[in-house]
Ligand binder design. Structure first.
Ligand SMILES: *Cc1c(COP(=O)(O)O)cnc(C)c1O
Length: 390
C-alpha cells in the first residue's frame, strides 16, 4: 500500500504508541484521584501539557485538552461568542475554513451573530487588508486557519494576528494541519486561541488541544467535573494525551528535517505530474505551502473515479471534496479559489508523510498517467475537446 492521505490522518509513530502503552493496563489511574497510584497518570498529563506548550511557545496552563480538532474549533468560536456578546456580535472568518469552523459559524448566525466570510485569492490566500477592512466596532473574533487542509496554502496569520491585536479583537487560528509541520509561536504570531489535533501529527485520534491565551475569557464547552481548570469537564484521556504530547515532542525535534525532505519530494511529485500529464492544474500557493501537500486538478475526469482506480492499485489519496458524505458538490475550497465546477470535480490531493519515499511517488505517477489516460478515453468531454483540437 502507498499511503498518500496524511492530511486526513497520519500513522501513529511507534515511539508514540510505546509511550501510550503503559497508560492502558498498568498506570490506568484517574489523574484526578488523590492516591499515589493516580500520581503516575497525573504526572504524564502534566508532561504532555508541557510538551504541547513547548511546541507553540505557550505556557502549560494555557493548554486545554479536548476530544480533537473539531471540538477545539467549536469550543473556541462558541465560547468566545458567548463570553464577549456584550461587546459585540460580529465574527470574521474565511470561505476556505474547515467545516468545523464554517458549520459552527453558520450555527452562530442562527443564534444572532453576524459572520463575514472573506474571499481568498486564486492561490487560497486571505488578504490581511481585507481582514482589516472587515473589522467593525462590534467585531469580537477573527478566525483564520494557519494552513488549508485541501490545498496546503499557509495563511499570513502573523500579519492577521497583528491587525487583530491593533484593533483589540481576539484572534483564533485552526492550526490542525500546520502543527508539527511548520514552526508556530503564538506570541510571534499574535494568536489568542489555537486549535490542534493529535492524529494529524502522528499522534492518536480523538485528542486535541485548545490553546487559550491567559486573560481571554472563555467558558466551559463540556459541563461536568472540574478537570482542565474547570474549563473542560470529563475524565482525562490519559493515553491519548500522552500520545499527543509525545508526537509534539517528536515533531519539535524532527520538524526541520522532515519538512526539508517532504518539500523536496512534494516539488518532485508536482514536477512529474505537471510535465508528464497534460491538462493539469496545480492548486494552492507554490511557495506558501505545507511541505507535504500536493493538490491538482485533471481536466475531463472525475476525482472520485480517479480515487477508486488508484485504490485498486493500492494507492490512497483524496479528492479533497465533500463527496465522501454523498454530496456531489465539488470542494468549497476549490470553488473559492475560482475553479469552475467541472475542473474542481477532477481534483486529487496527495499528502506525504515523514516516511514517504521517492519510489512510492514514482509508482504513483506511473499509475496516475495510465489511469488519467484511460479515464479520459472514456470521457465524452475529452472526446469533444480532442476533436476540436485535432
Ligand atoms: C482534521 C481537521 C480538523 C478536525 O480535527 P479532528 O481532530 O479530526 O476533529 C479541523 N480542522 C482542520 C484544518 C483539519 O484538517
Amino acid at each position: 500500500m502507498i499511503y498518500l492521505d496524511n492530511a486526513a490522518t497520519t500513522r501513529v509513530l511507534p515511539e508514540v504508541f510505546e509511550a501510550m502503552k503503559p497508560y492502558f493496563c498498568e498506570n490506568y489511574g484517574n489523574p484526578s484521584s488523590v492516591y499515589r497510584f493516580a500520581g503516575e497518570s497525573k504526572k504524564a498529563v502534566a508532561e504532555a501539557r508541557e510538551q504541547l506548550a513547548g511546541l507553540i511557545g505557550a505556557e502549560a496552563r494555557e493548554i486545554y485538552f479536548t476530544g480533537g480538532g473539531s471540538e477545539a474549533d467549536n469550543w473556541a468560536l462558541k465560547a468566545v461568542a458567548e463570553a464577549y456578546k456584550e461587546k459585540g456580535n460580529h465574527i470574521i472568518t474565511s470561505s476556505i475554513e474547515h467545516h468545523a469552523i464554517l458549520h459552527t459559524c453558520q450555527w452562530l448566525e442562527k443564534q444572532g451573530f453576524q459572520v463575514t466570510y472573506l474571499d481568498v485569492d486564486e492561490n487560497g490566500l486571505v488578504r490581511p487588508e481585507d481582514v482589516e477592512a472587515a473589522i467593525r466596532p462590534e467585531t469580537i473574533l477573527i478566525s483564520i486557519m494557519t494552513a488549508n487542509n485541501e490545498i496546503g496554502t499557509i495563511e499570513p496569520i502573523g500579519e492577521i494576528g497583528a491587525i487583530a491585536e491593533k484593533h483589540g479583537v481576539l484572534f483564533h487560528t485552526d492550526a490542525v494541519q500546520a502543527l508539527g509541520h511548520i514552526p508556530l509561536d503564538v506570541n510571534e504570531l499574535h494568536v489568542d486561541l489555537l486549535s490542534a489535533s493529535g492524529h494529524k501529527l502522528h499522534g492518536p485520534k480523538g485528542i486535541g488541544i485548545l490553546y487559550v491565551r491567559k486573560g481571554v475569557k472563555i467558558g466551559s464547552f463540556i459541563h461536568g467535573g472540574s478537570q482542565e481548570r474547570n474549563r473542560r469537564a470529563g475524565t482525562h484521556n490519559v493515553p491519548g494525551i500522552v500520545g499527543m504530547g509525545k508526537a509534539a515532542e517528536l515533531a519539535a525535534a524532527n520538524m526541520n528535517q522532515w519538512a526539508a525532505r517532504q518539500t523536496e519530494l512534494r516539488d518532485y511529485l508536482i514536477h512529474r505530474i505537471e510535465t508528464e500529464i497534460p491538462y493539469v492544474k496545480v492548486n494552492g500557493d507554490r511557495k506558501k505551502r505545507l511541505p507535504n501537500n500536493v493538490n491538482v486538478c485533471f481536466r475531463f475526469i472525475e476525482g472520485e473515479s480517479l480515487l477508486i482506480m488508484l485504490d485498486s492499485k493500492g494507492i490512497c489519496g483524496s479528492s479533497g471534496s465533500a463527496c465522501t458524505s454523498g454530496s456531489l458538490d465539488p470542494s468549497h475550497v476549490l470553488l473559492a479559489i475560482g475553479l469552475p465546477h467541472e475542473i474542481a470535480h477532477g481534483s486529487l490531493r496527495l499528502t506525504l508523510s515523514e516516511s514517504t519515499t521517492k519510489e512510492e511517488l514514482d509508482t504513483t505517477v506511473d499509475e496516475l498517467k495510465t489511469i488519467v489516460e484511460r479515464l479520459r478515453q472514456m470521457s465524452p468531454l475529452y472526446e469533444d475537446f480532442a476533436k476540436k483540437n485535432r
